[in-house]
Design a protein around this ligand. Sequence first.
Ligand code: FES
Length: 115
Amino acid sequence: MADVTFTSPAMPKDVTVYAIAGDTRTLLSVAKEHKVPIHFECENGECGSCACEVSVLSGKTPLGISLTEKEKTVLKLAGKITQQQIDDAEVKDLPPPWRLACQFIVRHEDILVKF
Ligand code: FES
């Protein structure tokens, strides 16, 4: 169970939704269900339009979150993450700040999503 808070200049106020434990949906899927207007096009990790900044609010060490190959490629081409951040994600399980909402699986931790 996790609170997912969305914040954006595109919304009049922040929106916090509750993601159910064991749910393995993408961040984009959760956003769409709650009518949070994250921009998207391909929904397949290829266009980069759903890139957003994700930070963990719990104060705990973020859960190890693997990047998909598509995320690595698209976010690096867009200048959102560095090779060092990709290496840190793979070797140290340190998630980078930018993710693709259509690839990011919501986990059991409270997060803040900026877009
Ligand atoms: Fe295209 Fe997520 S919607 S990369």
